[in-house]
Design a protein around this ligand. Structure first.
Ligand SMILES: CC(C)(CO)[C@@H](O)C(=O)NCCC(=O)O
Ligand code: NA
Length: 598
């Protein structure tokens, strides 16, 4: 406690001005406006009297609000605080995560969304029951609940902590205020309120970041001066093609490992699938997924630019090294309070931006958690009236609000970079879930036993590697490191055996854990008797081979319509075999050459 007070005093003594009345007013306006949107949807339309309206907005949403809401769900204060801190310390390499958005959104748009939409699911975990059995559905639901509850803790704690450290604002006061407002509008207004507050909060989020960037560039002496400073400071990173999977951020970890992360978030996560399912038509659901792409790029660009602007202002004299702050994650808010002192209202706008980002995340989490608890865990076992079910859903949203505040306390006890913590949770728990869905969607032979065993194996792998990695990095990461000494997580010696696994970049977690589920799932399925093609429920398996063949054929022979189907199949089969043989030759040649040169 004493340590905290001391740091606060030091911070405040450097900054001679904190929040003005205008700042508080702007911040309060955000909370009031969000509440108002919630109340509006509580008293209009169907007044949230059916579960269809509460959970799926009567399946009547349009694509623009949905796309903003899809982006806002996994864009919290964590990204707004964590990304600039990362870019300040290690340069713009992290920006290459933008590459993974392409496949990470195209695959959901063309494989997951059409399948889920046509099955007319009530929750994404219902798919698991259709494809496998009830037990698999429950395992999936419980895993999801665990993932979102932990993530919510990080999401609500991050902005409160930053605000507390820099302005002295009461930590638990901020946690409770956001928890309360968010719970209320989610419980009262249902998914419509959640989506429309997301839209409003996204606007606040972008405006706040943009304002700080513009003022920051001005403080750094203009655009060209700022550019020279970040370039000479070595913060503009070229593409790093190092194939070593233990290096935290390279093109491969971000651009390829990130695809799996994106698939787990935008393909099979209930919070997002719920939005796809709530759109008016399938086409609009696909469109909204497409439109997330530019939105995410803008969000990424703003947060990376913020890191560069910070560097342009402070150079290598980081406030962390001067001990004005105690962790990287306080950097952004410190910068805002330091640079914007003479712009009353702007610090308030930025704090509103941070809280907007987190509110829009937590509200989506509440709503999706209430939905799955109701639809997957309660409804199948107890029959009840529609009014009762809706009331219960609202109570559930409320209870998750309380759990969320409790989780914030757990996060308070841990101590890690928030961005890496959040993305690690996605990889460790979301990765195995992605694997489970892929097993069902792409492998008709997988059976229920294989699915459960695969999921269990994936989770064990996740926690083994995740916690092992965390512990093995402990000694170097407890102390506050100087900002310009790069990543704490890169081992200097070449790791061998288990250490190699432990030092795997956290950006590969999703890929590793989902592949583990698929691999173990297939092995166990073959051992216990694979499912026969005819026994799989229709519409639950994606015809990979057929789609690949028709794509291939269209690519190579545009006049495909004139040839017979048998010819197409035979031809593309031959082509595939040739490709594999060619690849094999290529690898052998590479090996021979490598041998000769070493
Ligand atoms: C999940 C991605 C990579 C998607 O852009 C990004 O929004 C992000 O880094 N999110 C961090 C987690 C958070 O902001 O809560
Ligand atoms: Na958000």
């Amino acid at each position: 406690m004493e340590v905290d007070l001391n740091t606060n005093c030091r911070v405040l003594s450097k900054l001679n001005k904190y929040f003005t009345i205008i700042d508080y007013v702007i911040f309060a306006l955000l909370l009031v406006a969000s509440m108002a949107i919630g109340l509006y949807y509580a008293f209009t339309g169907g007044r949230q009297s059916t579960t269809q309206e509460f959970m799926y907005a009567d399946r009547s949403m349009k694509c623009l609000p949905l796309s903003l809401s899809l982006m806002a769900t996994f864009q919290s204060a964590v990204a707004i605080i964590g990304t600039p801190a990362e870019v300040y310390a290690n340069g713009t390499q992290y920006w290459f995560i933008g590459c993974c958005y392409i496949l990470g959104l195209l695959i959901p748009a063309h494989i997951f969304i059409p399948m889920f939409y046509r099955l007319h699911l009530t929750s994404v975990y219902q798919y698991l029951e259709l494809r496998f059995c009830k037990a698999v559905r429950i395992c999936g639901t419980v895993t999801f609940i665990f993932q979102m509850v932990v993530y919510m803790g990080v999401g609500i704690y991050t902005p409160a902590l930053a605000l507390n450290a820099v302005t002295g604002f009461h930590l638990w006061g901020a946690v409770l205020a956001t928890g309360l407002v968010c719970t209320l509008y989610t419980a009262l207004g249902g998914l419509k309120a959640v989506v429309w507050t997301d839209v409003f909060q996204t606007v606040v989020m972008f405006t706040g970041q943009l304002a700080v960037i513009i003022v920051g560039v001005h403080q750094a002496g203009g655009l060209s001066d700022a550019w020279v400073k970040v370039r000479d400071g070595g913060r503009i990173s070229g593409i790093d093609l190092n194939p070593d999977p233990t290096v935290r951020h390279t093109f491969w970890t971000l651009g390829v490992g990130g695809v799996f992360l994106m698939l787990s978030l935008y393909g099979v996560n209930q919070a997002q699938v719920q939005r796809y399912l709530s759109s008016r038509t399938e086409k609009e659901a696909v469109m909204s997924c497409y439109m997330v792409f530019p939105c995410l790029q803008v969000a990424l660009m703003l947060s990376c630019l913020m890191g560069l602007v910070m560097f342009a202002c402070y150079g290598n004299n980081s406030p962390l090294e001067q001990q004005y702050i105690t962790s990287k994650d306080q950097m952004v808010l410190y910068f805002v309070m330091d640079m914007l002192q003479n712009f009353p209202g702007l610090p308030g706008l930025f704090v509103a931006c941070l809280f907007s980002a987190s509110l829009s995340t937590i509200s989506s989490a509440f709503n999706s958690l209430a939905t799955v608890t109701m639809v997957d865990l309660i409804k199948p076992h107890y029959s009840m009236t529609e009014a009762r079910a809706t009331l219960l859903s609202k109570m559930l949203a409320l209870s998750y609000g309380i759990i969320c505040v409790a989780m914030a306390y757990v996060v308070h006890l841990m101590n890690s970079s928030v961005l890496q913590a959040a993305l690690s949770i996605f990889g460790m728990v979301g990765g195995p879930l992605l694997g489970l869905f892929c097993l069902g969607i792409f492998f008709p032979c997988a059976n229920s036993i294989g699915a459960v065993a695969g999921l269990a194996a994936g989770l064990v792998m996740a926690f083994w590697v995740g916690i092992g990695g965390f512990l093995s990095r402990m000694p170097s990461s407890v102390q506050v490191l100087p900002f310009n000494s790069t990543n704490t997580s890169e081992n200097i010696t070449v790791p061998a055996g288990l250490n190699g696994l432990y030092s795997l970049s956290y950006m590969w977690y999703s890929a590793l854990n989902s592949s583990t589920v698929v691999l173990i799932g297939l092995i166990i399925s073959f051992m216990t008797g694979p499912t026969k093609g005819d026994d799989v429920a229709s519409g639950t398996v994606y015809p990979v081979m057929r789609t690949a063949q028709s794509l291939l054929h269209k690519l190579v022979k545009p006049s495909a319509c004139c040839t017979s189907p048998e010819h197409t199949v035979r031809w593309s089969y031959g082509f595939t075999v040739k490709c594999i043989v060619a690849l094999g030759h290529f690898n052998v040649v590479k090996l021979l050459l490598a041998d000769r040169w070493s």
